[in-house]
Write a protein that binds this ligand. Structure first.
Ligand code: NAD
Ligand code: USQ
Length: 390
């Protein structure tokens, strides 16, 4: 059994992973500064499912799953706090989710862009130095994003480096990246810093590139008090989760622009399976392992059609809207992603998007009255090229 610190344990993925690892018998120390809770309120929204305080969550986990979780409130931007944390708990691994994770939030204005870059880069640098100083054998499992690569006209390989030949001379460069928001760029810069730390200090790192996650359920969410957060507003909601709430509210679904934008999706349940495998099968000491964590590739138009079908099978009436794209992105493009590492560790996805969205809508329907209060924050307002909310 391992001792694992999860930075960002109060979040959508962090709480679900806290429950998963604790249930598997690992010792889990969850850390969070509750930033997302406040930042979602800042844009006038809230989690679709009401969230108990961290202390109440820990109590509910004990009651329903019989697990002991330690929760520590703290800011990963604070260098002394991170050093003290690593020194006190001496973990086998640290999972780093504690970043500002919304692309639209990072595009609101210069203050939100700066916040994103400072929070994300500082938290990763603090972790790098704390591990290097206190115990360089600790496995850092860093959550990056598929969006670091953008949507290139070539396959996105699962390798940190690639050989190139420029004017007849060969060398190795970092696999090319071209992000589509300040948030996604912050993850690119994180990757460069981690690659450098791996070379410089010999740190052991798994750098995960994950696509948008969807879902309301994991095996451990056996009671309402164990639910993880679920965002749907224009700033914090991700596309599948948003479409399900739009369907419940009777709002038109919002594929942006032509809707041909493709991404690699994974369910919350399968994301937990993948993360558990990567933690329980760490790379060799000093290795930098880059993993593409996706399951199915779809365009947003295809997703809208699947959500419409699922909602209509439940008796809801759904329209697909025509929404000018507030983002600066390709709307029709090639998209292919190499995924070898997770299957080699035994990863077998249990969910697919078409079936899962029906269960998500069923889970959300009892919260329809709560969701009605936030109807006004669903339509997109954050405009990439204007650099502000319109
Ligand atoms: P989330 O916002 O729900 O969770 C992140 C948590 O980190 C929040 O609870 C927040 O309060 C905390 N946090 C942020 N800055 C912190 C700081 N300085 N100190 C302490 N805690 C801090 O986001 P999520 O959806 O759970 O995403 C988790 C990670 O996975 C993020 O790094 C995100 O970029 C990445 N990711 C998410 C998705 C997705 O679809 N949700 C997909 C790919 C990658
Ligand atoms: N989109 C729509 N309609 C919507 C919302 C989004 O068409 O109502 C489109 C976007 O334009 C984009 C795609 O759906 O083309 C994905 O958008 P998203 O909001 O679901 O995801 P994104 O902003 O990229 O960010 C989310 C998470 C982030 C994670 C990323 C993975 O918030 O933390 O890093 O997914 S990835 O997209 O692969 O980079």
């Amino acid at each position: 059994m391992m001792k694992v610190i999860i930075l960002g344990a109060d979040g959508y993925l962090g709480w679900a992973l806290t429950l998963r690892l604790a249930k598997r018998g690992h010792e889990v120390i969850g850390v969070d500064n509750l930033y997302t809770r406040n930042a979602v309120k800042e844009v006038g929204s809230d989690s679709a499912f009401p969230l108990p305080d961290p202390e109440e969550r820990v109590t509910a986990a004990k009651k329903y799953l019989d697990v002991n979780i330690t929760f520590v409130k703290g800011d990963v931007k604070d260098t002394d706090f991170v050093f003290e944390l690593i020194r006190k708990y001496k973990p086998d691994a640290v999972v780093h989710f504690a970043e500002q994770r919304s692309a639209p939030y990072s595009m609101i204005d210069v203050n939100h862009a700066n916040y994103t870059l400072i929070n994300n880069l500082t938290s990763t640098m603090n972790l790098i130095y704390a591990v290097k100083e206190i115990d360089p054998t600790i496995h850092i499992l860093k959550m990056g994003t598929m969006g670091e690569f953008g949507t290139p006209n070539y396959d996105i390989l699962e390798t940190p480096y690639i050989n190139v030949n420029i004017n007849g001379k060969e060398d190795t460069i970092v696999f090319p990246r071209w992000a589509g928001s300040w948030y996604h760029w912050s993850k690119v810069y994180d990757t460069y810093n981690l690659l450098y730390a791996n070379k410089l200090f010999g740190l052991t790192i798994t750098d995960i590139h994950q696509g948008p996650v969807y879902g309301t359920r994991t095996e451990e969410i056996v009671h309402e008090s164990l639910r993880t957060r679920f965002d749907f507003d224009e700033v914090w909601g991700t596309v599948v989760n948003r479409f399900c709430v739009e369907a419940v509210l009777g709002l038109p679904l919002t594929p942006y622009g032509k809707g041909g934008q493709k991404r690699g999706f994974i369910s919350l349940e399968d994301s937990m399976q993948a993360l558990t495998l990567l933690l329980e099968h760490p790379p060799k000491q000093g290795e930098y392992r880059q993993v593409n964590q996706i399951h199915e590739i779809y365009s947003v138009r295809e997703i809208a059609e699947m959500v419409k079908d699922a909602a209509e099978s439940l008796g809801l009436h759904v329209e697909i809207g025509n929404v000018p794209n507030p983002r600066f992105e390709k709307e029709e493009h090639y998209y292919n992603v190499e995924t070898k590492i997770l299957p080699s560790l035994g990863f077998k996805p249990k969910k697919n998007l078409r079936e899962e969205v029906k269960g998500m809508i069923e889970d959300l329907l009892p919260y329809k009255n709560r969701l009605e209060k936030f109807k006004d924050v669903v339509w997109p307002k954050t405009d990439w090229r204007k650099g502000r909310r319109v």
